[in-house]
Design a protein around this ligand. Structure first.
Ligand code: G1P
Length: 275
């Protein structure tokens, strides 16, 4: 058993930047070459020793559940053909992992999505993957790196990367003291600051390890000016007590929530796969 057993995937968002593609299809099912974004996330979690996947879905997201289930017609159709090789990865995922789902009825922010997942997580530390942040690494995957850091620090960990000053308003931005190479003890965290208010150019990206007390803190964290509950605001309470580490991960992240990042991820992945 890994020290972290469960991974939460907030996946209820609409993906409006990809309309009309996401009109009837979850944005997490957008493929990078032939594999949907959510599957890359699940594989990253598995590599980190996690086998229990907890997915927060919403209306119009049933394809996610179908993806991690057997399609008997398809199995029958391709049985014994060379196409079977294409299903090797997904079959392995289904053999090794369990999937549980809960629905977020209203889009009230990432903090609210994570709180909705409490029923699937319970009272243990857990990982969070935002599948539209697609991460690649040459050695260990980003979540594997973070789980081994958790073994050492036993507190909340957020993945961070440097971004240019003109995009800080799209991210949670952190400030802290660098305790070791690329490892920061956070003091401040601001969700989507105006460039002049940003405490640094270190942005949170969609990988977290959270301790279960975060649920109670989210419940008591006021919503922002848009009525959304932000995980960044809840984590700030923890950061003030020295309980959040920011980790400059080794690897590369593609922002697949944007069309540009998605195309870059596709081109990169296709180039890697070409024989
Ligand atoms: C969320 C978080 C933000 C983080 C970002 C990473 O924002 O609220 O702090 O920097 O994910 O992708 P979203 O992109 O969902 O608006």
């Amino acid at each position: 058993m890994s020290i972290i057993n469960k991974c939460l995937f907030p996946a209820a968002g609409y993906g409006t930047r990809f309309l009309p593609a996401t009109k009837a299809m979850p944005k997490e099912m957008l493929p990078i070459v032939t594999k949907p974004l959510i599957q890359y996330g699940v594989e990253e979690a598995m590599e980190a020793g996690i086998t229990s996947m907890a997915i927060v879905t919403g209306r119009g997201k049933r394809a996610l559940e179908d993806h991690f289930d057997i399609s008997w017609e398809l199995e029958h159709q391709i049985s014994g053909t060379d196409k079977e090789a294409l299903l090797v990865d997904i079959r392995r995922i289904m053999a090794e992992c369990t999937f549980s789902y809960t629905r977020q009825h209203q889009m009230k922010g990432l903090g609210h999505a994570i709180l909705t997942g409490e029923t699937l997580i319970g009272d243990e530390a857990f990982a969070v993957i935002l599948a539209d942040d697609y991460c690649v690494a040459e050695g260990d995957g980003v979540l594997t790196q973070m789980v081994s850091l958790y073994q050492q620090y036993r507190c909340n960990i957020v993945a961070i990367e440097e971004v240019s000053a003109d995009v800080v308003q799209h991210y949670g931005i952190i400030d802290g003291d660098e305790e070791a190479d690329g490892i920061y003890r956070l003091r401040n965290m601001v969700e989507k600051p105006a460039p002049e208010d940003a405490p640094s150019n270190l942005a949170i990206i969609g990988r977290y390890i959270l301790t279960p007390d975060i649920f109670e803190i989210i419940r008591h964290t006021p919503a922002d000016k848009n009525g959304e509950m932000q995980i960044t605001d809840a984590l700030l309470t923890q950061a003030k007590q020295g309980k959040v580490i920011g980790y400059k991960f080794k690897g590369r992240r593609f922002d697949c929530g944007s069309v540009k990042g998605y195309i870059e991820a596709t081109n990169y992945t296709y180039a890697q796969q070409k024989p």
